[in-house]
Structure formats: C-alpha cells, structure tokens
Design a protein around this ligand. Structure first.
Ligand code: VG1
Ligand code: CO
Length: 544
C-alpha cells in the first residue's frame, strides 16, 4: 500500500458547531477541505495504530464519495479495522452503538442532520469518541486548532472499496468490514422494549401506526423493526428509501417540515401513533390522533412512565435536559425524588452525566430524546418507547398527556426561529440582550418581576469544565421563561431562536392553544430583543 503525504493549506472556517462541522456541499467540495478536517481529527486522536473506527452517514449527497476518502485516509493513518455501514449508511444512534459494542476508538458520522441535502445544500461531519458520544468541546477545540495549522495529510493510494457487499476486505494493513447497519440496533431495541406485547397490539389492529422516515436514514431501520419485526401493516413506514436530497425536503421532523404526517394525524382517519425522524435518525416527532406532543412534554412523559417499559423498569437514576428545554421534566424528577441536570444545547453535554451514571434519560426541546443505551439522541428509540407506552397504558396519546398535565401541571412551550438573518445583525441582537441583563436582573419586564436574567454558563459536574455564553435566559418570579440564542448548526447567516415557556397548574386551562397561552410572553420577547426592528422580518420562519 502506497501512502501519499499531500501538502495542504489551512482553511479558517473549520470550527465545529453544536454538532460537528456543517457547510454547504460546495464548501466541502473544495480541494483538500474534507481531507484537512479528517487529518486534524487523526492528529488530535494521536495514535490510531491498529485501532478500530466506525464510519457511516445519513446517505445525503457526497456521503459515498466522502466515505471513500475517509477510508483511504484511515488506512494511511494506521487504523487497524474500519467498520462501515452497508452503502455507507448508519444512523447517528447506530454509530454510537457500534462504537460501544466493538470498543472502537471512535467513529465518523457523515451528516448535516435535519439540514437539507443535495449539491446546493448541506453536508456535515462529526467525530464521536470511545464512549460512543459526540466529542466533547476539549476535543473539538483541539481539532479546530489543528485545522488552523495543518500543512499535510496522509492518504493511501487505493481504489474505491465495495461498500455494498457485507463482509471483510483487506486494504493494505487495514481491514474494512461492511456491516448490516440495522442488525445491532434492532437487537438492542428488542432488549429494551416489550416487542411481544407491541406486536400483538399492532397485528390485532388495537394500535395503528404511521412513521415518516422523510427519505432519510431511518427508512431501513423502521421497515425492519416496525413492519417486519413488530408486524405493523406494510406501508406504515412511508418515505422509507434514503435519497441523496431527501426527496427535496427538509428532513426535519416538526409540524412545518413533516407536513405529510401532520396532515394525516389531523385528518379524518388518523392512526393511534404518528412519528417521524430526521436526516441522521437521532430526532423524533411524536403525534397522536389530532394531537402533537412537544418534545419537552415527551421527555417528561417518558420519565414519568419509564417503569412501565422493560428496559427501565428498575427506575431512573436521574434525568437531564438542555437549558432551553421546558421545565416539565423537572417536575417529574421532583416527584420521583431524582436529580434533574440542566446542560447547554447539544448532546455532547450529556455524555459525562451518562457515563458517570448520574442520569438515565435526557432530552432537548429540538425533538431529541435518549437514554443511557447509547450516547446519542435516538429517534426510533423514542418512537418505540411511545409504542410501548400506548400498548401498556391502553390510552390514546392525547389522554396520556392530559393525565400527565393533570398530575404535574402543563408547561406551555414554543420555539420561534428567525432564519437567514445577517450574521452581524444576529450577533447584534444577542449583544443588545446582554447589555440589558443588569437592568433586568432583579427588575421587571412587562410588569412581571424577574427572578433571574443571565447568559447561561454550565459547569460540568463530572469534570468541572466550564462552558459559558450558552444563551440569554430571563426567568420570571412565576416560573415563566424566555430564552434567546443563536443556532450553531446553520450554514447560512444566523438563526435566532426564541424559546418561550409558561406554567399552568389549572386543568381547566390546559386546552388553550399554545400560541395563545404564550401571547404576552411572545410579544414581550420580540420587543425586548428587537428582532423585527433589526431584521425587518415580520413573522418567525418556523414556529414549533
Ligand atoms: C440544534 C438544536 C440542538 C441539537 C442540535 C443538533 O442546534 O437546537 O438542540 O442538539 O441542533 O441536532 P442549534 O445550535 O442549531 O440550536 V441534530 O439532529 O442536527 O444532530
Ligand atoms: Co439529527
């Protein structure tokens, strides 16, 4: 095997965001762009000699070509064994699982997640470490520093590997094993959930299901598990073939982008459960007949009912949520007498808590839920959890939620996104908010006393690392909150996210429309951050 040392020049823009490096495909297609980043990961890893790595992606445009490049670079960097999903496909939670199961050094996930795909759209790459989770900031910061200094990379002069046939191939000193992307994952799910009971409910028609894979990576997983293994009626899984451009859509499971599913669930004959997942399979949206479950509520319901599911019947050791996620799960944790941790946005912050056995379940408002079974959020896992719950509780999704609110109260919650803002204007909005913190802290807004106004800072309780500037939060005396932050996953300009939350104890008021219930807060938040004045936008791009 001939190893080439190629000269290169650094790119200034390879700082990983909330979840890896995401750029337009045309940026990734620049000569040496991908290679620089991958070599910087190898340089940061240190000795990969003889070690095992995992590689897979969500099937978007450039997934296969990028995989071939990474395979040749892995060979040149001394990797002993590389496990690749067939067709270069692996969902994000499946990568996490395979890393853990094979005790690999880590793995590359090729995905820009919920961002659209295709030649004019987005591509992304993320490195997960030995615990199966996204690399922590110490690692990604070191990779970034390396990308700014890199002068050469190593690549083996080898032909393309056949990625469509299962089994082993020899590549110089390295073994490439093409694995079935679904098998390990399906086995783990069978372990965690009551497959027999769910199967009976599905095959007897007690429960009906529609799952929208959005032409992204979970199609093959959902077909195999939901239809073939659990007996859901053929056709229950729709848009199941992964496409390079996701059929032209945003593979983002929310009411705006998963409108096909939303129309069905709010239509004349909805199934018991409706669900969708994103590009790389780590997000989930759950709906019942004529009912949308907010991700924050979903996390709270899973926590409150976990003991009903085989994999969690011993109870939970603790839970965690990202800071902007609603406080619904906090109420459940209090009732269960367990700890609830509040972390910055991004799954990497849950890793230490999971590894240390401090939490069993965790989640984010952005349609992400997961547990200690892997170190990523897991879309299909959440759907199976819900399937298990509706089977055992013999109630509709809506009734499960209404019961939950009666017991714990309801956290009305919504996120308003303003996309494609000029970056400087976006930064300006956040700075403007920061400037007002001293005035707000201990003061009032719209006549309501403010209990706390700050820019969220997190000290990791396991390793003591501090991450600051994670979002402006304004918390009122009555528990209502507004949070502002800029997205770290976009590839064009800035996206401002405004998160709004109000608690309502009174069951007589639980059926109010969410936007109506949050109206005052929404108006105050818009005025405070001056989003309309500064951007000229009159309405949010997406409301979830
Ligand atoms: C968004 C979400 C965040 C999530 C991240 C990655 O980040 O808000 O909660 O962890 O996407 O999800 P941001 O910085 O744009 O708000 V995924 O499914 O893209 O891996
Ligand atoms: Co994702």
């Amino acid at each position: 095997m001939h190893i080439e040392m190629k000269n290169t020049n650094p790119f200034p823009d390879q700082k990983p965001g909330t979840s890896g490096l995401r750029k337009k495909v045309r940026v990734f297609l620049q000569e040496n762009y991908l290679e620089n980043f991958v070599q910087s990961v190898f340089d940061t890893l240190g000795d990969a000699q003889g070690k095992t790595l995992v590689l897979g992606g969500d099937g978007r445009f450039f997934n296969r070509e990028a995989s071939q490049i990474i395979i040749r670079m892995a060979a040149a960097n001394g990797v002993g064994r590389l496990l690749v999903g067939r067709g270069a496909l692996l969902s994000t939670p499946a990568v996490s699982l395979v890393i853990r199961k094979t005790k690999a050094l880590g793995g590359f996930v090729l995905s820009a997640s919920h961002n659209p795909g295709g030649p004019d759209e987005d591509f992304g790459i993320k490195f997960n470490v030995a615990n199966g989770g996204p690399a922590p900031e110490t690692f990604t910061n070191a990779v970034y520093a390396r990308t700014l200094a890199i002068r050469e990379y190593r690549i083996a002069d080898l032909p393309n590997v056949d990625l469509d046939t299962l089994g082993e191939q020899r590549l110089g000193e390295m073994t490439v094993t093409v694995i079935d992307p679904v098998q390990d994952y399906a086995e783990l799910m069978e372990h965690l959930f009551d497959f027999d009971r769910i199967k009976t409910a599905l095959t007897t028609g007690v429960i009906t299901l529609s799952y929208d894979a959005m032409h992204a990576v979970t199609g093959p997983y959902a077909k195999r598990i939901l239809e073939q293994r659990l007996g859901a009626t053929p056709g229950s899984v729709v848009n199941a073939v992964p496409l390079e451009d996701f059929g032209g859509g945003h593979p983002d499971p929310n009411l705006t982008y998963a409108h096909e599913l939303a129309d069905l669930m709010f239509g004349p004959k909805p199934p018991t459960l409706g669900a969708a997942s994103d590009g790389d399979g780590d997000r989930n949206m759950v709906m019942g007949s004529h009912f949308f479950v907010t991700p924050s509520d979903s996390l709270a319901v899973l926590a409150a009912n976990a003991h009903l599911v085989p994999g969690y019947k011993k109870g939970l050791c603790g839970v965690a949520r990202s800071m902007p996620t609603s406080q619904a799960v906090d109420r459940v944790a209090r009732a269960l007498g367990i700890e609830c941790y509040e972390t910055p946005t991004g799954w990497k912050f849950f890793g230490n808590l999971l590894d240390a056995g401090k939490i069993t379940l965790c989640g984010e408002e952005s349609f992400g839920t997961g547990s200690d079974h892997v170190r990523e959020k897991d879309g299909l896992w959440a759907v199976l959890f819900w399937l298990n719950l509706v089977t055992v509780r013999k109630q509709s999704v809506a009734d499960i939620l209404r019961d939950h609110w009666r017991r714990f109260g309801r956290d009305f919650y919504s996120r308003h996104d303003y996309e494609g803002i000029d970056s400087e204007i976006g930064e300006g909005i956040v700075q403007h908010l920061r400037d007002q913190l001293p005035r707000l802290s201990g003061g009032s807004l719209g006549g309501q006393p403010v209990r706390l106004a700050d820019d969220f800072s997190y000290t990791d309780p396991v390793d003591g690392s501090v991450t600051d500037r994670q979002g402006i939060r304004i918390i009122f005396d009555n528990g209502s909150r507004m949070v502002f932050r800029l997205s770290g996953t976009g590839t064009e300009g800035a996206t401002l996210r405004i998160y709004l939350e109000r608690y309502e104890r009174d069951p007589a008021k639980h059926d109010v429309d969410t936007q109506q219930a949050l109206r005052d807060l929404i108006l105050q938040a818009e005025e405070l951050c001056e989003v309309k004045k500064r951007t000229g936008m009159t309405v949010p791009t997406v409301i979830t």
